[in-house]
Write a protein that binds this ligand. Sequence first.
Ligand code: NAD
Ligand code: TYD
Length: 354
Amino acid sequence: MSKFKRTIMVTGGAGFIGSHLIRFFVKKYPDYKIVNVDKLTYAGNLENLTDIEKESNYEFVKADIVDAELMQKLFDEYKFDSVIHLAAESHVDRSITNPMEFIYTNIVGTANLLNAAKFHWKDNPEGKLFYHVSTDEVYGSLGETGFFLETTSYDPRSPYSASKASSDHLVRAYHHTFGLPIKISNCSNNYGSFQFPEKLIPLFIHNIKNNKPLPVYGKGENIRDWLWVNDHASAIDEIFHNGKMGETYNIGGHNEWTNIDLIKLLCKIMDEKLGRESGTSEKLISYVKDRAGHDLRYAIDSTKLQNDLGWKPSLQFEEGLRKTVGWYLDSSEWLNRVTSGAYQEYYEDQYEKR
Ligand code: NAD
Ligand code: TYD
């Protein structure tokens, strides 16, 4: 008998959101065992978790979710009663240059995990849960008005969002067809510490710091709805424990920004923090060719989550952005190791040489 109340497989735990979620769960639930299953792609960085890696309720396993046999073996070995599935290829621009990685990891990988859970839980589904973490991008692109609801029809338009939509459909299909206990959440754009600097906010912080151009796609008029990553983690915690089985919850903080307004705010904060004359960083803005198929607007309606489960975001955006900028400026070693690729040596030092 395990001494732990639950044994949870968290996939993609070395990534941006996964590392925040793992830190949150490891600290809040010492009686849960958290097993981080991650392939360590370019986006997976164990240095995101150094503060909790020695905790007795945490373990890391390097594994690729595309390996079906290995997933079955991990279920045999650890007897997981829950999965929180975050592992994914997650960057829209990469999905345009190399869609196949997205199809393997996001679709085939999810199917492998569903099959492993189905096989191991079929005789005793009580207390089991497959929690699938997804994105608002599955709903497509909004015009100037309206919001994504849980009932909005899917209309994915990039290889990334199409692969995530496909995985959401598979998760629901395993619930309806095989009775697999599942929950799904679809969240808006996250920001915060430990995000790989190829996504908008950390990339632009890095470029401003180093006086490099800020490549704004198109006219910068596209709109995203931003949520602090820790608020995403607290929403997952709420849904994991109190959400209804088989249901979907949208997560977002009603915080829409055009890219250009967000970038100008970021420039202002950076000027202040770096002691530069006001307006210095804005001069780095450089309008470049638009992303192919660039979705105009995402905006989440999270009323269901707020009303049914009482969740709400904890931080106002400007405060969160200031905190985030402060973290990247204070963590120049982390940023340098990520941008130079040196972080990938950490795994070898910590794990392969043992
Ligand atoms: P990320 O790219 O930072 O991290 C992904 C992690 O998955 C990495 O640690 C990577 O090594 C791992 N991974 C990739 N392929 C794998 C494979 N085949 N096997 C095992 N591990 C693999 O992504 P993120 O931004 O933290 O996103 C996490 C999840 O949240 C994704 O499912 C994403 O679709 C979803 N999501 C992200 C956002 C956002 O704004 N970043 C918003 C809503 C939903
Ligand atoms: P991103 O962080 O890639 O998230 P997503 O595409 O999943 O929303 O991009 C956020 C927005 O910023 C999106 O509209 C594309 C835009 N963008 C730029 O203008 N320049 C850039 O260099 C990047 C990475 C993104």
